[in-house]
Design a protein around this ligand. Sequence first.
Ligand code: BG6
Length: 471
Amino acid sequence: DNLAQPFPEGFLWGGATAANQIEGAHDVGGKGLSVQDVTPKGVAGPRTEVPTADNLKLEAIDFYHRYAEDIALFAEMGFKVFRFSIAWSRIFPNGDETEPNEEGLAFYDRVLDELEKYGIEPLVTLSHYETPLHLAREYNGWASRKLIGFYERYARALFERYGKRVRYWLTFNEINSLPHFPFISGGIGAPAEELSAQDRYQAMHHELVASASATRIAHEIDPGLKVGCMILAAPFYPLTPDPRDVWAAKQAERENYAFGDVHCRGRYPGYFLRTLREQGVELEITDEDRQVLRDNTVDFVSLSYYMSLCATVTQDVETSVGNLLGGVNNPTLQASEWGWQIDPLGLRIVLNDFWDRWGKPLFIVENGLGAVDELVPGPDGTPTVEDDYRIAYLNDHLVQVAEAVSDGVDVMGYTSWGCIDLVSASTAQMSKRYGFIYVDRNDDGTGTLERYRKKSFDWYREVIAGNGASL
Ligand code: BG6
């Protein structure tokens, strides 16, 4: 055991993105519209009938045309892995066609060519908050069982086309966000507060079945493919030692665990069945559903981690502005400029909990700090960003990953979120930046789209080169 250098050889260091937040070219190459094209202000904002000019995602950072330049920069940092998502609506523009769109498939072939040039392993998300809009409007998204079949067809098209080139796959980004943002996460029309319990849990069931079914298809095509789930990980702490707060925290955590429990164990846990009973929900679960869930559990568990939250039975406490899953502020923690509470140790806690619970290899596929960056002239005059705050955030979290590895947790890799600046998901801003690479684009859409290396770029290169020794 080497505590100073715990990261195993072959640890997958890299960065993560999602199609709708980087690609742009929203109507190029036969692409259909997705839920992202009509949500110009992000998760909480209004929905538009048609794409509107104020929607930064329509052009995003133009990765669709600049992928080669961007991947070269990732290679310069020494990336071993690059996580990106495939826009479902590039492959099946409406979602319910029977044949895939060749031009869409060809685009990702070009991306894979570039990654192969540098020996960067792709990690591909099938569905990252970009359900084809037609499926949302015509079927009410994942509330409909029909989506399972459409997703299976999509998954099969991807595994058949790229299975020889892509080993690691994720089925649904942050699957447990479905009850919180039904439209972005599941293409479901009702806002979260109006979503019926019946629709919420039925949609969850459909996604879980689709995920298991995709896992089966992948393994049929090539048993060597590794398919993982993706959980938004946010540990809940009791706000006080009052046992009722401890129980509240446990209950809140179970709302997230339920998804992972099904992905990893292939059946619904008792506490979840109780929730259904108490809410009067009768899920439509076929025998075939049960079997596919049971026989096709995931190969690994991936997670995003940004914050921890507190739970309490007390009513008059401050709710964290930035938190995505409900919960209250932790008085011992600082928050980011967007109110996300910063808790590096929480990452070690989550990694240990997930490992103890599921015993599956873990992959941290999102973590990072969204912050306002200021472009300044570097030593040679080239613009840069002195983002010591981001370096500190990432360093503190990676130290906790190292601790977890030393605790015996099997961690496959780490891809920091938004390795290149991109459009944020919750607020659709450019100014909420996560990258090692600055992209010259502003919230009003102006900017040259030039790329600049930030100070964190060199820092991360050193971390990767030393397999974590410089942390
Ligand atoms: C995760 C999503 O919720 O958090 C990403 O998977 C998202 O798509 C990331 O970008 C950070 O959130 P935000 O709102 O700061 O972009």
